[in-house]
Design a protein around this ligand. Structure first.
Ligand code: ZN
Length: 252
């Protein structure tokens, strides 16, 4: 009976309820062992997310990668203070709330899908494909595009488009899930969704990047690429960062 009632609740509502519960549960984790640098909250521990213990901020729902990027952007960009042009694909709410406070920015947000989960995502300003970006050449100072390219059938075309709209001297952060056990990108378009979940980590992932192969593909698109171990300059335990996550930073 309970199962049949659950199946009647729309997915969007289920996800919203899930995050509401995380927020309520977070109130029980009062303490100061861990800190979210984005919203300033601190707890005895963060909430669990999937199989990862203590990674999700119960206040702003940041994950490891968001806190890592926020720290980098704070220290190494003028995104929170300067008059820059920023393109943010699939904008995450926790980062969007902070970036959008800088009224000097031209801050463009975009996604192919206009459906969004309002508790963790933001309705993008522009509905467009990353393989056909509706902005002129050499336009943006900063591009943020995280956990997007693994969903895009023609990721090489997407990389070419990102390069095209980036200004010379600008930079992008292009995080993707990385397979630490390989140097080569695993990519088989004929896989079933079940096999994608099994081998690529999610039914809607079209490939599993390896760092070496991913950086090579970005270089072939024309970017200068660095794998930046910036996390090692931070208090990884307090911010609950992923110890193996480097920032993939591209420049033109
Ligand atoms: Zn937070």
């Amino acid at each position: 009976m309970l199962q049949s009632i659950k199946s009647l609740i729309p997915l969007k509502l289920k996800i919203n309820l899930y995050y509401q519960m995380i927020r309520l549960r977070g109130a029980l984790d009062k303490g100061n062992n861990v800190e979210c640098n984005i919203c300033g909250s601190h707890f005895s521990r963060f909430s669990d997310f999937g199989s990862r213990p203590s990674v999700l901020c119960p206040t702003c729902f940041s994950l490891e990668r968001h806190r890592l990027q926020f720290a980098y952007l704070t220290q190494h960009s003028g995104i929170f203070t300067d008059a820059l042009k920023v393109l943010h694909f699939a904008p995450e709410k926790c980062l969007h709330e902070k970036i959008s406070q800088n009224k000097k920015l031209e801050y463009e947000t975009a996604d192919l899908l206009i459906q969004f989960i309002d508790i963790i995502e933001v309705k993008p300003k522009h509905q467009m494909s990353i393989t056909d970006i509706k902005f002129p050449d050499n336009h943006f100072d900063i591009i943020l595009c995280n956990h997007v390219l693994e969903h895009v059938p023609d990721d090489k075309k997407a990389m070419t488009e990102l390069l095209r709209v980036l200004k010379p001297g600008g930079f992008g952060i292009l995080q993707v899930p990385i397979n630490l056990k390989s140097d080569d990108i695993q990519e088989d378009m004929s896989l079933s969704t079940a096999d994608r979940a099994k081998y690529y980590g999610s039914p809607d992932h079209l490939r599993f990047y390896a760092e070496k192969g991913y950086m090579q593909r970005l270089r072939e698109a024309g970017f200068q690429v660095e794998s930046n171990p910036f996390a090692q300059t931070l208090d990884m335990d307090r911010l609950c960062l992923m110890k193996t996550e480097n920032l993939i930073i591209v420049r033109k």
